[in-house]
Structures are given as structure tokens and as C-alpha cells.
Write a protein that binds this ligand. Structure first.
Ligand code: PLP
Length: 220
């Protein structure tokens, strides 16, 4: 199927209140343009340099989502260019974001990424450190937390479902509490292989790369 057909197919299967993010990492601007031309405005990148290059070359009404690990020394490059930082996962990063955004009089919209599967190879905050991070967010007025993000371990269908359910529980639990600078609106989970299940379990933002653009080639 073509890129356009893939997008239409996904759109037809998701509810109106679900945000589809086209994950365009490694993909050239010509292909992103095709997806843009059929109406998609949310794009996800996992590297700061790549995001900035594409930001410069593509229309300014694109909402860029940073979905990969954000190094503290790169925060200064993204101020004012990213719609949503989905990978907030430490107090040190939080403070760095707050510092640069307040210096520029900007607000950073973020999701807290949770390492729900406790995978060593993955970033994201561990559950036992979540409270402390949330508390610190209350002191950072130039950072707004809009919800949570997770990548679940790729194992069996039952284990994936279990992690999605856990995320939904944490999300609902936090929704009941009130913290300064924190709102639980967005639950970002589900990728090409598992977005249908993620949606069944309560996701309202999915991040789809290969299911739209086809296989990634990291050698380019
Ligand atoms: C690459 C990536 C995706 C998209 O993965 P696909 O399998 O290509 O859909 C989603 N989320 C994150 C954080 C990613 O890095």
C-alpha cells in the first residue's frame, strides 16, 4: 500500500478523539510532505538534530513531537520548535527544560515517559521515582505536564495488554489528584504493531512509523 493508503486505513480505524502521530524518523522530507498533504499535522522524531533539520525545511504549522530520549545539552536547540516533548523522565532534565524555556519566555508542553517494563535498555522514569518527579514539576512554571507516554516491552500479546492496562491505571489515578503544572489529558501509547490493543486499553495518542512509511532503513 502507498503512504497515503496507509494513513487513510489507520484513520478509518481510530476514533476522532485519538491523535495520530506520524513517526517520520529516518524518512526524507518528500515522504513527510505526502503525509502532510493528506492532512496530518502531528509528526514524531526521536533525534533533536533530525527534528530541527526537518523543522527548517517543512511547513511551520506542523506540530513536532520529540519522542526520543532528550539529552540535557540539547534542550537549548528545541525551544519554541517542539509542540510536545514526550520523553520527560528525570528531575535533571525537567530543570534544564525549565531553565531554557523560562529564559526564552516560552512554555514547554511535556509528557512524562514511564519505563513501565523496567527495561534497562529503555529510558523513562521508573514508577518508584514518579512521585518525586511530579513534585518537582510543581516548582517549574515553564514546564506543563499534559500526560504520560510509554513504550511497552515487545513480548506476548498478554504481557503487552497488561502493561497498557497498568499505564491506564496510573493515568486515571493521577487524574484524580491535583498538582500544580500537571494535567492528565494525554495517554500516548501504541505503535505500528500494537496500536489497536493500546486503543482498546485507553490510549488517546498513537505513534505510528513503519505502519505509515514502511520499513526504516538506518543506513541512509
Ligand atoms: C520509532 C518509534 C515509534 C514508531 O515505531 P513504529 O514501530 O515504526 O510504529 C513510536 N514511538 C517511539 C518512542 C519510537 O521511537
Amino acid at each position: 500500500m502507498s503512504i497515503e493508503e496507509n494513513v487513510k486505513m489507520i484513520r478509518n480505524t481510530i476514533e476522532k478523539d485519538v491523535t495520530l502521530i506520524a513517526v517520520s524518523k529516518t524518512k526524507p522530507v518528500e515522504e513527510i510532505k505526502k503525509v502532510y498533504d493528506i492532512g496530518i499535522r502531528d509528526f514524531g522524531e526521536n533525534k533533536v538534530q533530525e527534528l530541527i533539520d526537518k523543522y527548517d525545511k517543512l511547513p511551520k504549522d506542523i506540530k513536532w513531537h520529540l519522542i526520543g530520549h532528550l539529552q540535557r545539552n540539547k534542550v537549548k536547540y528545541i525551544v519554541g520548535k517542539v509542540h510536545l516533548i514526550q520523553s520527560l523522565d528525570s528531575i535533571r532534565l525537567l530543570q534544564e527544560i525549565d531553565k531554557h524555556y523560562s529564559a526564552n519566555n516560552e512554555i514547554a508542553n511535556t509528557l512524562i515517559q514511564i519505563n513501565i517494563g523496567r527495561e534497562e535498555s529503555k529510558t523513562g522514569v521508573l514508577l518508584e521515582k514518579l512521585d518525586e518527579l511530579l513534585q518537582q514539576c510543581e516548582n517549574c512554571n515553564n514546564v506543563k505536564v499534559k500526560g504520560l507516554m510509554a513504550i511497552v516491552p515487545q513480548a506476548t500479546e498478554e504481557s503487552c495488554r497488561c502493561y497498557f492496562k497498568k499505564m491506564k491505571d496510573i493515568f486515571e489515578d493521577l487524574k484524580k489528584k491535583s498538582f500544580k503544572n500537571i494535567q492528565m489529558d494525554i495517554l500516548s501509547m501504541g505503535m505500528s504493531g500494537d496500536y489497536s490493543m493500546a486503543l482498546q486499553e485507553g490510549s488517546n495518542m498513537i505513534r505510528v512509523g513503519q505502519g505509515i512509511f514502511g520499513k526504516r532503513n538506518y543506513n541512509n
